[in-house]
Design a protein around this ligand. Structure first.
Ligand code: ASP
Ligand code: MG
Length: 409
């Protein structure tokens, strides 16, 4: 009889010590005994990746990206080997595989590579030998046999991609929290674990500041229909299930608002004095795009006397380059003045039920307004509404919105 295939992923904190690695080994063996073929993907132990980056930065401000991938991929190689040793010590069969050995082929964008395909034969032949298969997360190999990494947090993507390739029942992401919460439990004490989310809700939550899953992993899961279960590696509680809307609709009614997220890693750039005529926005944002800068929100005011102002938000880490691009355009676009504001934050509410409920935005705006929180920018799409506010108000705003949409326990 064909056995079920399950993919389990454990993050850095879940394999942060020998004790924790032994705990993962136990979970893997338990899953195998439940007559599953098991693939385990792990991250590097604890802060290993950061420590490796730190080592390189003590030599160079601008290390070659290929060599960074060579360096960072070693972190996961340590944890897969230790986990295989731990499983063997408990009397079960296991084999560890690097990204290369597991057949994970990527493009050649070092430090941000995308998985192209996974050659499955090695994993299947290890299943046939009765092995639990442990695959290094976060890494792959180019057509030229160079080692690549998938971007920080990329082990989630490895796990989902393997689950898609093997047509696994689901992909379990074990982490240090119980699942995806209605908001950050460090900010709101009665934040609640969400039982189920659609891919789109999870995508919006992840891109608006909820840090449980790698964004690309969710995109991959959505495109390939991989069911994700995010749960704690430190208990046996059910976590959060993430799947497509149709499967969800069969199980439950969609929440109007599923969660509140926030992002303080944002800067607002305002340019003043630009001519209010066709092609100006295209030029400005075209140049920013060429510099690989992702723009989040954009507001253009009503032009007066043919002169307009545009404000937009970008990530903190893009500020240096973004500023340079705008400065270089100053003359060409007749910009009179550029203002940078780092004291902003974005707060968002996400929920698939918003599509069929009116007044959600009005409730959000009046809740902020009634409490003296000024809204500086707004953006909406079918299942998310975001506002830019002062950074020092963001925690208060999160609490207010979490309350008003009755998301607490
Ligand atoms: N170890 C890598 C990182 O810290 C990949 C991961 O943890 O998912 O980014
Ligand atoms: Mg991680």
């Amino acid at each position: 009889m064909e056995k079920n295939i399950v993919v389990m992923k454990f993050g850095g904190t879940s394999v942060g010590s020998i004790e924790k690695i032994n705990n993962v080994a136990q979970k893997a063996i338990k899953s195998k005994k439940e007559s599953n073929n098991v693939v385990i993907t792990v991250s590097a132990m604890g802060d290993t990746t950061d420590d490796l980056i730190d080592l390189a930065s003590r030599i160079s401000k601008n290390p070659p990206r290929r060599e960074m991938d060579m360096l960072l991929s070693t972190g996961e190689q340590v944890s897969i080997a230790l986990l295989a040793i731990a499983i063997a010590e408990k009397g079960e069969k296991a084999v560890s595989l690097t990204g290369y050995q597991a057949g994970i082929l990527t493009d050649d964008i070092f430090s941000d590579a995308k998985i192209l395909t996974i050659k499955k034969d090695r994993i299947f032949s290890e299943f046939n030998k009765g092995n639990i298969v442990i695959v290094a997360g976060f890494q792959g190999i180019t057509g030229n046999n160079d080692i690549t990494t998938l971007g920080r947090g990329g082990s989630d993507t490895t796990a989902v991609a393997i689950a898609a390739a093997l047509d696994a029942k689901y992909c379990e992401i074990f982490t240090d929290v119980d699942g995806v919460f209605t908001t950050d439990p460090n900010v709101v004490s009665n934040a609640r674990k969400i039982n189920m989310l659609s891919y789109d809700e999870m995508l919006e939550l992840a891109s608006s500041g909820t840090k449980v899953l790698h964004l690309r992993a969710v995109e991959f899961a959505k495109n390939h229909g991989v069911i994700i279960h995010v749960r704690s590696s430190f208990n046996n509680n059910e976590g959060t299930w993430i799947m497509d809307t149709e499967s969800l609709n069969e199980k439950m009614e969609q929440a109007v608002v599923a969660g509140v997220s926030y992002d303080t890693n944002q800067v607002k750039v305002s340019v003043f004095g630009i001519p209010d005529k066709p092609g100006v926005a295209a030029k400005l944002f075209g140049e920013l795009a060429k510099a690989n800068i992702n723009i989040d929100m954009i507001v253009q005011n009503v032009g007066e006397k043919g002169i307009a102002a545009i404000s937009f938000t970008i990530k903190n880490e893009d500020l240096k380059v973004g500023k340079k691009v705008v400065e270089e355009l100053k003359q060409n676009l007749e910009i009179t003045n550029v203002e940078i504001d780092t004291e902003i934050a974005k707060i968002s509410i996400v929920g698939a039920g918003m599509k069929s409920h009116s007044g959600v935005a009005a409730t959000m705006f009046s809740t902020l307004g009634d409490n003296g929180i000024n809204i500086e920018m707004i953006s909406t799409s079918p299942i998310i509404i975001s506002c830019v506010i002062r950074e020092d108000k963001v925690k208060e705003a999160v609490k207010l919105l979490h309350d008003v949409f009755e998301l607490g326990k």
